[in-house]
Design a protein around this ligand. Structure first.
Ligand code: GLN
Length: 385
């Protein structure tokens, strides 16, 4: 038998996606893989039906349907404070998962180093390895999940070609401050490195916190590869619509990678999504209020259950400390929680570079009724587990 590639020995299948399978198998409420159990805005669904009727069945332009790129450039220019040319600064991808992979393959040669903050969204480790790059981890330390600037400088000094910045951050819920972003930006400039962002939670930020796009900071546009998607903002994770925004030089490279990886994102859904990209600003206020309500419901239950967590500033995840249960294997603990308590979470170890076993991650992108049921189950956690 021929052997499959050895690069695959260095990472596992996604633990997040595995937990969804566990949740389904034991009929647990799925607070593991982060996706909503509520529908997208009805206008968006209507636009998708219309796009199918209107005959958008064949490939769109590989780097994105023109109407989609125009609407996206307009929307993001406003939010990011940048002048964006839909023809030069955008590649539309199959979700931000592909955007990230494409960004890394565009920025890095095999053997390059990539700085990744730990804890981190699990894809980045695998993405770096598939690119042939080596991750260099820099810790984010609780309670505010900030980094030590000296440690970050050392990581840049090791010759890193790029830094991955997930902001707002999955799984910590951290929103990077202007001071932190300035340190990152200054180091990236000093060491001539790229910053590759994952900003899929850009519109899910709780007051009084605010999201800053590092691409919009002084002198950063040329070295930032901004990745994001429509998944979380419009509750369409299954549509797989993501994108990269960057300088024309970077985009020329990214288009090539994207073209040969996937050719393009779903044409009818790109047409439909123009409707969402043209939503008024009030949509984003309502989105923040909605997620604030969901966060408050879920954190209220965690609090009443006596479970210790750090309130997220953005995104829709919360890390919960389960050390009191004497957990030595958080994956086994999460499976038990799904089976016995009927609530699925992601073992925290899958987000950390260092061995961490006392945290689990819940997401709360679920209807209030779902969160109430999950919350009531968690109130009994000590009797059940
Ligand atoms: N970002 C989501 C999470 O962390 C999952 C995304 C995915 O599975 N592609 O749960």
């Amino acid at each position: 038998m021929p052997k499959i590639a050895s690069r695959l020995d260095h990472f596992t299948e996604s633990v997040i996606r595995e937990m969804t399978r566990v949740a389904n198998a034991c009929d647990a409420l799925n607070l593991s893989q982060g996706f909503p159990d509520f529908d997208p805005p009805p206008e968006l669904v209507a636009a998708a039906k219309k796009a199918l009727d209107d005959g958008f069945h064949q490939y769109a332009v590989t780097w994105g349907a023109p109407r989609f790129r125009e609407a996206l450039a307009r929307k993001q220019a406003g939010w990011m404070g940048l002048d964006l040319d839909p023809d030069e600064n955008i590649v539309v991808t199959c979700g931000s998962t592909e955007a990230m992979m494409t960004a890394l393959m565009t920025a890095c040669n095999p053997g390059d180093k990539v700085i990744v903050f730990s804890p981190f969204y699990e894809n980045y480790g695998a993405d770096a390895i598939l690119t042939g790059a080596t991750p260099v981890y820099v810790d984010l330390r609780p309670p505010d999940f900030t980094f030590d600037p000296g440690e970050l400088r050392k990581a840049f000094e090791s010759g890193a070609k790029a830094l991955v910045l997930c902001n707002p951050s999955n799984p910590t819920g951290k929103v990077f401050t202007l001071e932190e972003l300035t340190i990152i930006a200054d180091l990236a400039k000093e060491f001539d490195a790229f910053v590759i962002t994952d900003e899929v939670y850009e519109h899910i930020v709780y007051e009084p916190f605010a999201h800053t796009y590092i691409a919009g900071m002084d002198g950063m546009f040329e070295r930032t590869i901004s990745c994001s998607s429509l998944s979380k903002t419009y509750a369409v994770t299954g549509w797989r619509l993501g994108y990269i925004i960057a300088s024309a030089d970077v985009i020329r490279g990214a288009r090539k990678v994207h073209d040969f990886l996937t050719v393009g994102a779903a044409a009818p859904l790109q047409e439909a999504a123009v409707t969402a990209l043209n939503f008024p600003l009030s949509y984003y206020d309502d989105l923040r209020d909605w997620y604030t309500q969901l966060r408050d419901i879920f954190l209220g239950y965690l609090d009443r259950a006596g479970l210790s967590s750090i309130a997220p500033q953005g995104a829709y995840y919360v890390l919960v400390d389960v050390s009191e249960f004497g957990v030595t294997d958080d994956a086994a603990f999460c499976r038990r929680l799904a089976e016995k308590a009927g609530v699925a979470a992601v073992p925290g170890s899958s987000f950390f570079h260092e061995p961490v076993n006392h945290l689990i991650r819940f997401h709360f992108a679920k209807r209030p009724e779902t969160l109430e049921i999950a919350g009531r189950r968690l109130l009994k956690i000590r009797e059940i587990i």
